[in-house]
Design a protein around this ligand. Structure first.
Ligand code: BG6
Ligand code: MG
Length: 221
């Protein structure tokens, strides 16, 4: 195969943490008396912590100084960490482990490409520590998706050129980041939302090595 590396977004692709992000942001929005629902939450997927706060403040037409923004972002993170510190291996999304094992057996490198600074804790809690060949996350990458930095960093860490890598992403900003990195992108989720992805599946349970080989043929990678 020409595909030598698979880079996975974490939140919404390997684990379902979007619900915990929502609960923590909702608690903050309620405290600030800003109306915030699950539909608004879609806009926060793949977006960095500070940019997510900006979106919520914009929804409430509220302006805050930098110090207060830092305080509220930390408060949200404290609540979020409360949730994820209780995560269990059962919260790994269906099909993820099987697919990753299949890739590793085929000597395809696997990496994480996530905006989250909480990536190490999540991987540890769900028992995926040491599973990946490399991790590019919010602790080492500073430009938010749709900037390609996170995926380019992941590719560099596994020693591969971008065109040899495929990205798995559930967020619009993440799909754009993959395209900006010059990588093939498999959208995880709905065709309506992830239109720009090269190929779309509802979840990693619908992915396997055979399908990856088919995608490679179709795309002329
Ligand atoms: C992304 C999530 O993976 O990480 C976003 O999709 C989140 O919702 C971002 O805001 C940053 O996460 P954290 O854990 O560093 O606040
Ligand atoms: Mg995601």
């Amino acid at each position: 195969m020409n595909i030598k590396g698979c880079i996975f977004d974490l939140d919404g692709v390997i684990v379902d943490t979007a619900k915990y992000h929502f609960l923590a942001w909702k608690r903050l929005a309620d405290q600030l008396k800003i109306r915030f629902n699950e539909e608004d939450n879609e806009r926060l997927k793949g977006v960095s912590r500070m940019d997510s706060l900006e979106i919520i403040l914009e929804l409430g037409q509220m302006r805050l100084d930098a110090k207060l923004k830092e305080e509220y972002a930390s408060l949200k993170n404290k609540w979020y960490v409360d949730y994820i510190s209780r995560m269990k291996p059962e919260e790994i999304l269906p099909g993820s482990l099987e697919f990753i094992h299949e890739l590793k057996q085929a000597s395809i490198k696997v990496a994480v490409g996530s905006a989250s600074k909480n990536t190490p804790m999540i991987l540890e809690r769900v028992g995926l520590n040491g599973m990946f060949d490399a991790i590019a996350d919010g602790n080492i990458v500073h430009k938010a998706k749709p900037d390609p930095e996170v995926f380019l960093t992941a590719a560099k860490l596994i020693g591969l050129e971008p065109r040899k890598c495929v990205v798995f992403e559930d967020a619009v900003a993440g799909v754009q980041a993959a395209l900006n990195a010059g990588m093939f992108c498999v959208g995880i989720g709905s065709e309506k939302v992830l239109k720009e992805a090269h190929y779309i599946v509802p979840g990693l349970n619908k992915m396997n090595l055979k399908k990856l080989q088919k995608i490679e043929k179709l795309s002329g990678l």
